[in-house]
Design a protein around this ligand. Structure first.
Ligand SMILES: *[C@@H]1O[C@H](CO)[C@@H](O)[C@H](O)[C@H]1NC(C)=O
Length: 183
């Protein structure tokens, strides 16, 4: 009983502080090229400093409209953090690009860039489409996990984010984050 109350209090405090029960750290960032052409460039992004913040720039070489462009996200988990990755069940199959940004960018990335001068990428909302071409900077971004799900696997999580047009891979990036219990 006592424990239940304590756990409840801890959860309540976290909720009030908008804090998740876990921390997320960037481990690795890798861009890859498309099959025959590359229209999204993430090769100038890196992790810097002790906090391993995300920093640098990325480019979209053309406007990306909802009919022609799709994004898929494959997720892999290594619970022991040893790099032995297993495919997770909640992949995002190829999804029209604007839908993907509205669903996933808005939940997982936008809260981290909306305070201060962290990125010049435009605010994504219901009306954002196409995803505009341009070169965008990211300055020392650390993930704000306030809108992330409560249940996430601990250990390493790898996301392979691939952009497609006409069914062809036109580039993307691989992000590995380390998720640990907050204490
Ligand atoms: C971080 O990224 C910004 C924007 O692209 C760049 O001007 C700056 O030199 C980068 N800092 C480091 C330490 O790489």
């Amino acid at each position: 009983m006592k424990w239940a109350v304590l756990i409840l209090c801890a959860q309540l405090l976290q909720y009030i502080a908008c804090e998740q029960s876990y921390t997320v750290q960037n481990e690795k960032l890798e861009s890859f090229e498309g099959d025959s052409e590359t229209l999204v460039l993430f090769d100038s992004l890196q992790t810097i400093g002790r906090e391993r913040a995300l920093n640098g720039s990325f480019s979209f070489l053309g406007d990306m409209d909802n009919d022609d462009f799709k994004v898929s996200v494959e997720l892999y988990s290594s619970p022991q953090g040893d790099g032995d990755f297993k495919r997770m069940v909640f992949d995002v199959p190829q999804t029209s690009i604007c839908e993907c940004f509205k669903k996933f960018y808005v939940q997982f990335v936008q809260p981290s860039v909306s305070n201060g001068d962290i990125s010049n990428f435009p605010m994504v909302d219901e009306d954002t489409c196409p995803i505009p071409k341009g070169e965008y900077y990211i300055k020392t971004l650390q993930f704000n996990t306030q809108d992330w799900p409560e249940q996430v696997p601990r250990g390493l999580v790898k996301a392979i984010i691939t952009f497609f047009t006409g069914g062809k891979n036109v580039g993307g990036l691989i992000v590995v984050v380390k998720i640990e219990d907050r204490n």
